[in-house]
Ligand binder design. Structure first.
Ligand SMILES: [Zn+2]
Length: 128
């Protein structure tokens, strides 16, 4: 995926471009633009700086990509990943319900066990 640059063609201006470092970006309002992540379409998972009012009030209209465009494989995989996350979240929610039932089962089981233990102790004393 990542191609190595030839040392002869690599200039200091391109190598100083550090991805993932939270550069301070200021929108036209003069406020610090927060880094957001796109969850839609072709640019899924791609981060960008946008005005804090982006999507609510577009009068400022500040918008700059942080991440480079996705490769074809990324565009293919990321929506699947998103789907996987969604299904996992559903599984977690279902597991929580199961856990509740399991706890109830544990209490019932423990209750039965305690009752049996009590009977056993009484029986032991009767023998003595
Ligand atoms: Zn703004």
């Amino acid at each position: 995926m990542h191609q190595h640059h030839q040392p002869s063609t690599m200039s200091s201006s391109t190598s100083s471009h550090a991805l993932g470092s939270p550069w301070m970006q200021f929108c036209h309002c003069g406020k610090r633009a927060p880094v957001k992540t796109s969850w839609t379409g072709e640019n899924i998972g791609r981060r960008f700086w946008a005005c804090e009012k982006y999507g609510v009030d577009d009068t400022c209209g500040y918008f700059v990509w942080l991440d480079p465009p996705l490769c074809a494989r990324g565009r293919e995989l990321l929506p699947l990943l998103r789907e996987k996350i969604d299904s996992l979240e559903k599984e977690v929610a279902a597991a929580r319900v199961k856990e509740k039932n399991y706890r109830f089962g544990m209490i019932m089981c423990f209750g039965t066990f305690a009752a049996m233990g009590l009977v056993f102790m009484i029986a032991l004393r009767a023998i003595e």
